[in-house]
Design a protein around this ligand. Structure first.
Ligand SMILES: NC(=O)c1ccc[n+]([C@@H]2O[C@H](COP(=O)([O-])OP(=O)(O)OC[C@H]3O[C@@H](n4cnc5c(N)ncnc54)[C@H](O)[C@@H]3O)[C@@H](O)[C@H]2O)c1
Ligand SMILES: O=C(O)C(=O)C[C@@H](O)[C@H](O)[C@H](O)COP(=O)(O)O
Ligand SMILES: [Zn+2]
Length: 332
């Protein structure tokens, strides 16, 4: 798997594709990226665009089915290439389609949000939502990931902030990233590379999430519940931020962690720390989370910056924290 992180690298796509020499190429993207970045690809290579409406609600089995149908229509084979162009929704969906169609086609990802560049396009998790977040999915590594920070120039500010939800997660998992965030000035290749490297080191050890990889789910126990309860109106990175606050507060009760360290980073990057949902509803959503063990609640908890543990947490502790984090305003 080749990962390129370089300004302007989108212009080098042709040489990467030529090397792979696919029978056919399809670009899976959405209506927003179609207007902004698709031409940069079609100018270089011969490819069939498959354009999906924009939104997390289209990360679904129904959309995957439409993609599979289209691939049959254009006589796609296992030796053909799917390129996923867009944010995490497109990279998760394109990778899912590639991994399942004829048991696997070539796959290349061009992530265009901060969140997808530091996280979603890295590490081979693919998926669609079904009853809960990413309930149907596979592990499937792409042939290449092309990260061009230039693509972030068209990204709305709110999506940059959203991406920092996962960047702050890396800051809690890794003290080097934490230090970088404390003195943060601007997004550059180095910040993206640091985050990607943290993830790669973990995924290389445990691709299929049988152990260590579970720590990448820091903030996601409550985060996924918030996404589901909001019917996916709360963006993934914002939901993770709320989940990071929940983990930090639970950790404070369980192991004495200083939750102020997480709060400080969330504030610095204008990320949310509160939610507006019924704590009991969130609790129920958490019970079908992939980490839940026979309905019991499992959290990744920080012990200190750079060190986390995975543990079951009593329902009453989780409820107390979710109650304390409940917002009275309507901004969630
Ligand atoms: N597979 C993984 O390991 C992994 C990791 C983290 C998150 N995810 C998934 O990623 C998804 C969230 O990804 P996201 O935050 O990128 O959301 P997204 O894909 O919905 O993108 C956010 C918005 O930005 C737009 N956009 C994308 N690139 C743009 C650009 N360059 N210029 C202008 N607009 C642009 C999109 O069209 C969309 O409206 C969730 O479904 C989450 O579950 C997966
Ligand atoms: O790559 C991983 O492993 C992660 O957990 C990264 C998360 O940021 C990402 O949201 C992932 O999709 C969550 O996976 P899930 O299997 O818990 O849905
Ligand atoms: Zn995530």
């Amino acid at each position: 798997m080749e990962i390129i992180i370089k300004k302007g690298s989108i212009k080098k796509l042709k040489s990467i594709v030529d090397e792979l020499s696919p029978y056919k190429t399809a670009v899976i993207t959405n209506t927003t990226l179609e207007k902004l970045w698709l031409d940069k690809i079609l100018d270089q290579i011969n490819a069939v665009p498959i354009v999906i409406p924009d939104g997390e609600e289209f990360k679904s089995l129904e959309t995957a089915q439409q993609i599979w149908k289209k691939l049959i229509e254009i006589s796609f084979t296992r030796r053909s290439l799917i390129i996923g162009l867009g944010g995490g929704v497109m990279t998760d969906l394109a990778a899912f389609a590639a991994s399942t169609f004829m048991r696997g086609t070539y796959l290349g990802l061009i992530p265009t949000t901060l969140l997808a560049q530091v996280d979603a396009a890295i590490g081979g998790k693919t998926g669609v939502n079904f009853e809960g977040k990413n309930i149907i999915g596979t592990f499937y590594l792409p042939n290449f990931v092309l990260i061009d920070p230039e693509t972030l120039k068209t990204l709305p500010e709110v999506e940059i902030v959203n991406g920092f939800g996962e960047v702050v997660k890396y800051g809690i998992l890794d003290s080097r990233v934490y230090k970088k965030l404390k003195s943060f000035r601007k997004i550059d290749e180095e910040l993206i590379r640091e985050c990607v490297n943290v993830k790669l080191r973990i995924v290389e050890e445990d691709l299929r999430e049988s152990g260590k990889r579970r720590i990448l789910n820091l903030g996601h126990t409550a985060g996924h519940a918030v996404e589901k309860a909001s019917n996916y109106r709360v963006k993934h990175g914002f939901a993770v931020a709320i989940g990071l606050m929940a983990s930090a507060l639970i950790a404070e009760k369980v192991n004495g962690f200083d939750s102020g360290k997480v709060e400080e980073l969330l504030d610095k990057f204008s990320l949310p720390k509160r939610h507006s949902f019924e704590p009991k509803e969130l609790l129920e959503a958490m019970k079908i989370d992939k980490k839940a063990w026979y309905g019991r609640l499992v959290f990744i908890l920080p012990e200190e910056i750079g060190k986390v543990t995975i543990r079951e947490v009593e329902e009453k502790i989780v409820l107390a924290v979710l109650e304390a984090m409940k917002n009275d305003s309507r901004d969630n």
